[in-house]
Design a protein around this ligand. Structure first.
Ligand SMILES: [Zn+2]
Length: 313
């Protein structure tokens, strides 16, 4: 949990770190999500059971939809631009209808863009308490100046929790306190289908964003991936924030990779090196062929060590 005081101190500290890294605040740039896409472009990329659908909106994050007699439950809701198309699409799924519940796996606009539309129609918006805190304040990323406006009240999570919860339908959800991606990450587990949705705690497609501005850090990626291995079993299908469905074996492999990168960066930190030197050392080089260029990921990860290890953070 974050108290208002800690919150303020942390923001000041992080602004200072951004400056120390030689980064200049620029003009606001476009949102995280890629350009708007048409409703027709939404595809069901995976039917995970009779009632569970993985939706892919081109250029956007994964959305998981569960249909049922009471309507539709979503894990994440795409960007605001896609909200109308998404709600229309899920009402047309087999057994589909209006959305009654949405989980926000974290605060990023690629996940919370349909909150306003769904809040206005009376949906339950579930998030970890820290995610609600970020959605009720403006956030600016120190490293590129990108600004995120707080959400209007109607769009804010209206059901929050700290540790775990269970819905009447049996769906289980819980906090992932390692700060793998933000300090408000949650998982949603569908026990009957053995499907685990984990948001951006796991990336199924390239290097993740390390959002240290709102608590994420490279050590948290390793910790979060380890924690997921205690929730999932060998048959669990794991739905990441982006990319295809993964298995426990995939998550284990990722844990090893991020563990190795974490060790390399920690060693450089202990030798007094900075983010630019970390990038130049190419600590991800044997993974880049699969994962893509690691430079930005390495820079953010190194900065995240500073942010995490600073005593007042
Ligand atoms: Zn995210």
């Amino acid at each position: 949990m974050v108290t208002p005081d800690a919150h303020t101190r942390r923001q000041i500290l992080k602004a200072a770190i951004g400056g120390a890294a030689g980064l200049v605040l620029g003009a606001p740039i476009r949102g995280l999500a890629a350009a708007a896409q048409t409703a027709a472009a939404i595809t069901v990329t995976g039917q995970l059971s009779d009632d569970l659908f993985l939706l892919r909106l081109p250029g956007e994050a994964n959305v998981l939809a569960q249909t049922g007699s009471g309507g539709v439950l979503l894990v994440d809701g795409g960007s605001a631009k896609a909200a109308d198309a998404l709600t229309a699409h899920v009402s047309g799924l087999p057994g589909g209808g209006p959305v009654h519940t949405i989980f926000n796996t974290h605060w990023h606009p690629e996940q919370t863009g349909s909150n306003e539309r769904l809040g206005k129609s009376g949906a339950t918006i579930i998030a970890q308490e820290n995610t609600k805190l970020w959605l009720t304040t403006d956030v600016t990323w120190s490293w590129n100046g990108q600004r995120f406006k707080r959400l209007p009240k109607i769009a804010q999570p209206n059901k929050t929790f700290y540790t775990t919860g269970t819905l009447e339908s049996g769906i289980q959800y819980g906090y992932i306190p390692d700060a793998a991606h933000t300090d408000g990450d949650l998982y949603v587990y569908f026990p009957k289908q053995n499907v685990l949705a984990v948001g951006d705690v796991v990336s199924g497609e390239g290097w993740p964003v390390v959002d240290w501005q709102t608590g994420g850090w490279i050590g948290g990626i390793v910790g979060g991936l380890q924690r997921l291995q205690t929730i999932a079993n060998a048959e669990t299908r794991i739905v990441p924030g982006r990319g295809p469905v993964l298995s426990l074996a995939d998550v284990k492999k990722q844990t090893e990779m991020y563990g190795e990168i974490y060790n390399r960066l920690s060693q450089m930190l202990n030798k007094g090196r900075g983010p630019t030197e970390a990038v130049e050392a190419k600590p991800t080089k044997e993974f880049d062929a699969v994962m893509g260029n690691g430079d930005e990921f390495v820079r953010r990860s190194f900065e995240s060590l500073w942010a995490y290890l600073s005593p007042d953070a």
